[in-house]
Design a protein around this ligand. Structure first.
Ligand code: NAI
Length: 243
């Protein structure tokens, strides 16, 4: 795979899975926009990734931020070919204890944020008659999970958004797919209790957490020319967890 002259925006890529995706794209010659909440952090990450990466801060819940993000990316690189909707948060607790704030924050960031960024990208990609959009859903969007009513609903919603966007944009040469990672070793999952981690691991046929790079591999494939005939699909990257 080679992404020379392709420009990719990865939301939430200051660290974790998003950062691994940004690094892998840069390694295959893409222009990379590292996007996250904090300007200092995105600049630092972009500098560490290499000369073809720039850092632009944006909150995916703010349409002004997103329009500004795309305008600056186009100003710098001329176009945006690939979007990875990776920014996400979790606020876990049992549904009966979950307050509205936890529900709204997670749905806003994970689902509304992806909608706003996708909509902005779609306008540009339709004009270009080329685009690749990859949404980072989750295995719990397929299966549900105790303590994650808000998170699993947002990730299931993202799958619906993926399929609708795939249908609406297909005639313009834009593909839209999702990946559904299982238990991946990042700051998000390191925050889980030892008991929860053990419980999760015991249900994984491959008996280990995944690495951020293993999610990146599937994302890069979906963004490549080799995946031109794949749209509206969800690929689980979960060591067999959702089987
Ligand atoms: P992380 O917490 O390490 O990284 C998420 C990044 O998103 C952070 O840098 C954060 O600052 C950024 N972010 C949060 N809200 C934002 C906003 N409003 N605007 C812009 N950026 C924002 O998490 P991780 O583990 O790297 O997860 C990345 C994605 O993968 C998330 O969407 C997560 O739900 C998903 N995922 C993670 C799994 C895991 O096991 N770690 C499993 C399945 C899905």
């Amino acid at each position: 795979m080679d992404f020379t002259d392709r420009t990719v925006i990865v939301t939430g890529s200051q660290r974790g899975i998003g950062r691994a995706i940004a690094e892998e794209f840069a390694a295959l010659n893409a222009n990379v926009v590292v996007c996250d909440l904090d300007q200092g952090a995105v600049e630092k990450t972009a500098a560490e990734i290499g000369p073809r990466a720039i850092g632009l801060s944006a909150n995916v819940v703010s349409i002004e931020d997103i329009e500004n993000l795309f305008a600056r990316a186009v100003e710098k690189f001329g176009r945006v070919d690939i979007l990875v909707n990776n920014a996400g948060i979790a606020r876990d607790t049992l549904m009966v204890r979950m307050d509205e704030k936890d529900w709204d924050q997670v749905l806003d960031t994970n689902l509304k944020g992806a909608f706003l960024v996708t909509k902005t990208a779609a306008r540009l990609m339709m004009k270009q008659r080329y685009g690749r959009i990859i949404n980072i859903s989750s295995v719990v969007g397929l299966t549900g999970n105790v303590g994650q009513a808000n998170y699993s609903a947002s990730k299931a919603g993202l799958i619906g958004l993926t399929k609708t966007a795939a249908k609406e944009l297909a005639s313009r040469g834009v593909t839209v797919n999702a990946v559904a990672p299982g238990f991946i070793d990042t700051d998000m999952t390191r925050a889980l209790s030892e008991a929860t981690r053990e419980g999760l691991l015991s249900g994984i046929p491959l008996k280990r957490p995944g690495a951020p790079k293993e999610v990146a591999s599937a994302v890069l494939f979906l963004a490549s020319d080799q995946a031109a005939y794949i749209t509206g699909q969800v690929i689980a990257i979960d060591g067999g967890l959702s089987m």
